[in-house]
Design a protein around this ligand. Structure first.
Ligand code: NAP
Length: 485
């Protein structure tokens, strides 16, 4: 069991109080590296979610709304709380998710940077006036908090994903009801503990419920006092939320799945592209929405690229995230492991060549979640890895001849989150960028989202943006007040 000063109570948090709710039941949180039980958390459901919404309603202040200065103080307080407890939150994150400790601590810094960004830009949400000369009217635009919001997050960034949502919700003055993934609730509990120690938020401003998703999700979808849900997770669940909130016409911010192409033209700097790909693909063990899902290399450099990449992939060290020198931790659970194995088996059965990694038949059926980093070449469009998100350490490599062909292949997906393009030719890059139907196009970089820029998906990858000034406006309702003379 985990022992941490931030986990003295592994419970939910409603109206400023820790609570286990009424079910009396608990679920286990496991360390994916060892299978050890880290903690037990309360199974909460409809009743607790309703109580959390009520607490949020009490915290919501419309007349007068919370001032910009007040909101800035909250944001700075949360930022400082995360920074003060970075080491311990990072350790908990590493233990329950499996990613290397340094990466886990980096995620805490990343989370803090969203609160910092919103604190610096929150005054963009102050009212402003617009004159309308012909009617001699003056219009004021107010950015009203939309109300109590539901924030639902996945396990792959246990603190990063909530930071993007909570920072913008606090900037808008919206109380929230937060539901973390069942695989990784401990990081969120630790963050709540840190926030309640270091920051001064009104009771009910942030509430935490956990447990099986359906009863909690159903209340958030149906409750009339929750006008908005912000969700990060799979496209399937996102589609369910669209349907389940249709009758109440709720606002949805959806950060959903991806199928990122990584395109390398033969004029690119091969060594740099290989390094960028390694960093992009294997962060979080390949379990990120922005990581490369398909690699396309132009035929002229394909052999050189594959050899260099295979050497780098084979050198990656897989192990417990707590061990010094680990590059890649375990996958989150058996279902995640089985999906990667299925994609590798399918690619090999359809003619792919294993250039780095272990043949799936040689891997244990169960008992270990460590999947060897794998490179398969000779990848064709009918392989599962080209049209499903693998969410694990597999690089499937295809080759291409022309710009038109790779563009067609890259866009041949229902998803449109991240993509990457490596070329030294500016004119070609500009053509490609405008034709790639993805919300993020890294040009000669594999870097992902940052607080300063809006991030989100085209097509089935989502609705709305997180980060940037655009993200700051996600949780407000603009209200216009024309005033006659
Ligand atoms: P998931 O299964 O959709 O779960 C995400 C969250 O939704 C979890 O908290 C889950 O709870 C909850 N949930 C499941 N069913 C629900 C329901 N009926 N009502 C309300 N909530 C429900 O996704 P995941 O496997 O955790 O995450 C991986 C996916 O997230 C990938 O597709 C990835 O691409 C995507 N992702 C996207 C972004 C982005 O920025 N676009 C970022 C990160 C991840 P439980 O965990 O308790 O089941």
């Amino acid at each position: 069991m985990i022992d941490s000063p931030l986990l003295e109570r592994t419970e939910g948090f409603i109206g400023g109080r820790w609570t286990a709710g009424d079910s009396g039941k608990r679920f286990s949180v496991l360390n994916p590296a060892t299978g050890e039980e880290l903690a037990q958390c309360p199974v909460m459901g409809a009743e607790e979610t309703t109580a959390a919404i009520e607490a949020g309603k009490k915290a919501l202040r419309l007349t007068p709304p919370f001032s910009i200065d007040q909101r800035r103080q909250w944001l700075e307080g949360v930022r400082d709380a995360l920074k003060a407890e970075k080491r311990e939150i990072g350790r908990i994150l590493c233990l329950e998710h499996g990613k290397p400790l340094k990466e886990a601590e980096g995620e805490v810094d990343y989370a803090a940077s969203f609160f910092d960004y919103c604190a610096r830009y929150v005054d963009q949400l102050a009212p402003h006036t617009i004159p309308e000369k012909p009617k001699d009217c003056e219009w004021t635009v107010h950015y009203q908090p939309i109300g109590v919001v539901g924030l639902i997050t996945p396990w792959n960034f246990p603190i990063g994903m909530i930071a993007k949502k909570l920072s913008a919700a606090l900037a808008a003055g919206c109380p929230s009801v937060i539901k973390p993934a069942e695989d990784t609730p401990l990081t969120m509990i630790a963050a709540f503990q840190a926030i309640s120690r270091h920051a001064d938020l009104p009771d009910g401003m942030i509430n935490l419920v956990m447990g099986p998703p359906k009863p909690i999700g159903d209340v958030l979808c149906e409750h009339p006092d929750v006008p908005m849900l912000s969700f990060t997770g799979s496209t399937g669940v996102g589609q369910h939320l669209i349907r389940a909130t249709a009758d109440r016409v709720k606002k949805l911010s959806l950060e959903l799945g991806g199928n990122a192409p990584f395109i390398v033209f033969d004029d690119a700097d091969v060594d740099s592209a290989v390094e960028q790909l390694i960093a992009n693909k294997f962060r979080g063990g390949g379990q990120t929405c922005v990581c490369t899902n398909r690699l396309y290399v132009q035929a002229g450099i394909a052999g050189e690229f594959a050899d260099k990449l295979a050497a780098r992939v084979s050198a990656l060290r897989v192990g417990d995230g707590m061990d010094e020198g680990t590059d890649i931790g375990p996958l989150i659970n058996q279902a995640g492991f089985d999906k990667v194995r299925r994609h590798v088996s399918d690619a090999l059965a359809k003619g792919g060549t294993l250039l780095a990694g272990t043949h799936p038949d040689e891997l244990p059926e169960s008992g270990s979640l460590f999947y060897p980093p794998t490179l398969v070449t000779g990848v064709m469009p009918d392989m599962a890895c080209c049209h499903e998100e693998t969410f694990g350490p597999l690089i499937p490599m295809a080759t291409f001849e022309t710009e038109e062909a790779v563009l067609q292949a890259a866009n041949d997906t229902d998803f449109g989150l991240a993509s990457y393009l490596f070329t030294a030719d500016k004119a070609r890059a500009e053509r490609m960028i405008s034709a790639l139907r993805f919300g993020h196009v890294g040009w000669n970089t594999g870097t992902g989202p940052t607080p300063e820029a809006p991030f989100g998906g085209f097509k089935l990858s989502g609705i709305g943006r997180e980060g940037g000034v655009e993200g700051l406006f996600e949780f407000v309702e603009p209200q216009t007040v024309p005033r006659g003379s």
